[in-house]
Design a protein around this ligand. Structure first.
Ligand SMILES: [Zn+2]
Length: 284
């Protein structure tokens, strides 16, 4: 028995072995000879059932709220081994079930031999490479958040005007893939090196990195907070677009207000999360 760190959204909640699951995950396929067992890092491949349910709820919630569509993905760092993270196999977020969740290392490769050959998200390097350089980050949402995209292709800078979105005041760096790969890419993060470039652009402090013509990647100290931030990034973008439409100067939050609001919302994000999780899991 041990306590899950509060950063994972279950403060002090003990995990005992009955809560652990280890059933078949995803599609079985032939073993991958390029991934020898010696590189898997050993240890247990069993997943915490409550954390798996959290990830299922997060996927369904952000799909229902219009942040994720048939694409996008969410991960959470494994509280038992920070060198690993949980993420679904490659399916639409609203379809994710507990049986789809698997464990990857920070090179974004499967660690459990039974997952060899399972179809993985092609942009999973976003997650592994950010976890490598941001030890404060325990959950990541990558989405094509529809109202955010216009702010990645225009001069209008996404800035916090809603108090729930104070975290935007930590910075909204814009990743321009042409600077790394030149013209002609499909704009996706398909390699570890591109994942590293994106993580570098996110930097040490920001909670969101915008991706030109693509979407964003949102990070948080916990899964509930990352879900909260992904949702309110979209909401702030909608409200900023509305404010631009109304016209005239926009009275954005000051940096001091943004920092104070972010601190408050780090505590408050547990409330919507409890509602979202309950609803998502009731719909199974
Ligand atoms: Zn994407």
């Amino acid at each position: 028995m041990w306590a899950v760190p509060s950063a994972f959204g279950h403060p002090g909640k003990p995990i005992s072995s009955p809560h652990l699951i280890g059933g078949p995950i995803g599609m079985k396929a032939k073993s991958n000879p390029a991934r020898p067992a010696a590189r898997r890092g050993g240890g247990s491949f069993r997943l915490d059932a409550e954390l798996v349910d959290d990830l299922v709820a997060a996927n369904r919630t952000l799909a229902r709220l219009g942040v994720l569509d048939a694409f996008g993905h969410i991960s959470v760092r494994d509280p038992r081994d920070p060198r690993r993270y949980l993420i679904s196999r490659s399916i639409a977020p609203e379809s994710v079930t507990a049986a789809d969740v698997l464990l990857l290392d920070l090179d974004s490769q499967t660690v459990d031999p039974k997952d060899d050959g399972v179809l993985l998200y092609r942009e999973r390097f976003i997650h592994g490479e950010i976890y490598k350089v941001r030890p404060d980050v325990n959950a990541i949402v990558h989405s094509h958040s529809p109202t955010v995209v216009p702010f990645t292709v225009t001069r209008a800078k996404l800035r916090p005007l809603l108090h729930n979105a104070g975290f935007l005041g930590l910075g909204t760096p814009l990743f321009e893939i042409r600077k790394c790969m030149g013209d002609g890419t499909d704009l996706m993060i398909l390699t570890p090196n591109l994942g590293k470039d994106l993580a570098r652009k996110l930097g040490k402090d920001a909670a969101v990195v915008l991706m030109r013509g693509h979407g964003d990647s949102v990070v948080g100290p916990s899964l509930p907070n990352a879900v909260f931030r992904a949702y309110y990034t979209e909401i702030n973008a909608r409200q900023q677009l509305a404010a631009i439409t109304i016209g005239g100067p926009i009275n954005f939050m000051t940096r001091a207000e943004a920092i104070a609001s972010n601190e408050a919302m780090l505590r408050a994000s547990a409330r919507p999360w409890a509602l979202w999780r309950k609803r998502a899991l009731a719909e199974r």
